[in-house]
Each structure stands twice: as structure tokens, then as C-alpha cells.
Write a protein of this length. Sequence first.
Length: 538
Amino acid sequence: TKHICSSSAVFPSPEYRVHRKAPRLQFSNIVVNCILCGGSKTLSTSKTSNSNLMKNLQKQHASTNLVEKEPEGNVGDSSSIDAIPAKQRKLDFGQPAAQSITQPQLHRLIARYVVEDMKPISTVESHAFRQLISHIPVRGRAGKAPCRKTFSSFLDQEYANMESELKNTLDMVEYISTTADIWTVHNKSFLGVTAHWINAQSMKRETFVSIGDVLQNGADDADDAISLPPHQRCASHTMNLISCTDVEKWLLSEAATKTIYRSATTKCAGLWNKASRSTVAAEIVEDIIAKKLLVPCTTRWNSFYYALERISKIPLVELNTISSTLQLKCFNEREHQCIREYCAVMKPLTVALDILQGEDHCFYGTLLPTLESLMTKTLAIKNGLQILVGLPDTVVQAVKTRFAHVLGSEDALLAAVTLPKFKLRTSATNTTQHPGSSKEDEFFSFEENEDIYATAEGEVAEYLKSGATGLDSLNHFPMMKKLSLKLNAATPSSAPVERLFSLGNLILTPKRNKLSDHKFEKLLLLRYNCWFGGTKVE
């Protein structure tokens, strides 16, 4: 039996109301009237305790049977006595209700997980995976993962939707360029093709990928109705040939450089082999220079440059300490200087290669300015060399020989001019460097030209005089924009399609080599084109 005051602010859960408040307070106590005693008998009790009321109930009304009352709303008037708050407010730590999704949204989320993380389709039949999905709230019921057959059909339908949408997009594009490459894995050959174009509204590059089997009789299926535009060689591959073939040939043909270059690179190769094959050697290197040695890749020349550059930045004393600790031959001063000079001469070529291998912001018009800046910056290093004095001239001559078709191409020149970033300078005010310019912007530097376009008229003259360098500025020059969309649709490098095959190698793993050709194509293209990347839960 409970004996409490009717003030819920003072006594929580008032199931039994046998006292009513008197209209006054005594300091920190509350004065109440006892309903059972009758008359004007009053009791005083603390605001935070009902022990005094309990004693009165036990002594005076022990035989009285109290009946529990239903909780009521606010009782009494709204005086200041009723408004006495509790000492501490209660906080509601309850979690909001779980957000539910629809079953189609759940299927797309599962597809995104399987496709983007390159999981096998059989994942949907995993007991642990299905148990996980069952805890996802779906409107009207619990989440349920589809079976393998249903999920495979769902992917086929999504691929058809993607293909249809891309075809509709390509129908509205006027100028498209393609890059192609052949790739082999698990005794199967594939032909990959990437389509590139510039969005006429946003002036941003967009890409679509297609892939198919290379059939043995494919060469016999000629189609005379299709006429392709002129073929453009991959600029990145050509630059790799310059660094690996032309430069290497000069270094080994000159008596003054052959011995020292071979000796230096042989000692570097010894360091790379030790550091990559022995964990103890790798720890020794890291303890001495607080860095790891970079090991070059045989298929990428710039990896050889970066590995050599890491060694060139190590002081000779520390470098020889590493060599002697690993029981390798030490470097002498001339060998170390040869490595430093090689890296200095080849650095502009490396920067140019990184620029041309870009995808989103690299257009065909970037190629000619890149080559011009490459030759200028390479020749500028010549005066500071002591061992590899003739190397800059060799690089420049190789660029002129291998890129002769570009340096003399009118299309390459127009493509560069129609990019606001590289348009011909007409005044010094248009060539001021902005504080936020990137390293790529710093790579390009041209001599200032006099105002030789004073007689130019119309849109071309206004375009050349404009100080804007963003592609969106072409929206003010319709003729220049149309020309730029045509000439800059192509990419100077086949790097995008090579990245496609790098991704394909992760999808068609040895454990998944039973994937059919069509299923492999669908999974690869759904992944590369980010078809499920925009999946949202509403």
C-alpha cells in the first residue's frame, strides 16, 4: 500500500491519492490535508520524500483498504505549487525507428556490393549473407536476399538498362573518339574499347566502355560500310619508347657514360633485389633512411624513374652504409652524381607522361603544348650537367622524331588553341600566374607573343583576347566551342582502356575463371561505368 501526495512533481507514480495539498508552503516542506482523517488536520512533508505521510497511514489507517486508481492528468489548479519542477530532468535515449527500404532498393544495394567489391554471384546464397540481409527492414516485411538465379537475371536486366541508356546518350553526341586495346587472361583474349566525348553542356569529359571477345575469324569479318577517322598513336607509349629505347641506346653507345651508367644501375638493382626479397634488409633500409626503397615495375618506365629518384635523394654516406650492411658494393661519387643527373634530365619527361595519362581533364589539345614545354624544360637543364651532357639533346631529338606527325599537325595546333588553357597569348595581363595554380599548370610555360592578332575579327579575336582559361568560357564562343568539341574529343593516351583491363584482371580471378564471356563482360562494365554507384535509399 502506497501513501503519497497527489503532486506528481514531488511524488512520482501517484497510484493512491489519499492526501490533497493545502494552499501554502513551509520553507522546503509541503503542507497537505489527510482525506481519511477528515477535518482540517494537516501534515507536513518534504518535497523530496513521503516518509512522514507513510508513517501517518501506518499508524492511523492501518486497517483501511486502499484501491489503486488509474493515472490521471494534471490535478488541481495551475498555481506555482503545481509548477515545482523535479531536481533533474529525464533524458530520452531511445533510438529513432529504423528506416525501411523497398525490395527493389534492397536488390540494387546487394548488386552494388557484389559488383563494386567484385564478389562472386554465389554470395547471395551464403547463409551468413542471407542472415545479415534478413535484419534489414523492408517495408511490410523483413529483408530477403534473392536466390542466385533471380539475382543473375536482375543483373542482366540492369545491364540491358545501362546499355539502353548509354546508347541514347551516344545518339545525342556529335563527336566521339575511341581507344582500343587487346588483353589476355586465362587463355582468353578480349578486345576493350572506350568511347570518349565532351559533354556540350558541362564541357566535361565522359567515357563509356565496351568489351568483347576477340574471335579467331574476326579479321575476316570486314565491314566496308564503316569508315573510321585517322588513327592516333598512344602518346604515353611513345614517350615510354623514348625513355626505354632512345635514351638507353644513347647511354650505352657513349664510352664516357656506358661504364658509369651500367655500374650505377647494377648497384641499384642489387639494392632493389635485397630490399624486396628480404624483410631483414627492408628493415635495415628503413632504420637508416626512415623510408622504403621503391622497386621498379618492368612494364612501366616511370616506376624505374621514381625508384631511381628515391636513391638519388639518399646522401652518399647513408647509401653506402646501407650497401655495406647488406654486403653489397658501395657507390662512388661519380655514380651517385650520374644517378642525380639522369633524374634531373628525365623529370620533365616524367611530368609530361603523368599529364598525358590523365583521363578526366586530358584532351588531345594538351599533347602539343606538353611536347613544346617538355623540349624547352629539358634543354634548360643542359648547362648544369657534368656527366650526361648530351642526354637533353638526345631526348629533344627523340621527341621531334617520334612526334613529328603531331608537331606538324594542323589539327593538333587547332585542338590546343581551342582549349582556353592553351590559347595563344595576346598580352602579358592574360598570362599572370594565379596563386592556386597546380603543378600541371606550372609545367606549361610559353614565351609571350606580341599582339599579332590585332587585325583578327569577330569571334576568334574576342576569344584570343579573353582572359578566361576554363572550358566553360567556350560557351560564349559558339564557333570555337564546336571546333573544340570535335578536335579535343580524343585522348592523347590509351591509359583509360589499360585501366579497364587492370580492373578486369581483378574480376576474372583464378577462382572465377568459370565465368562465361558475357557474364564477365556485364560484371566488368557495370563496375567500370559505376552503374550502381548512384544507388540511394530514400
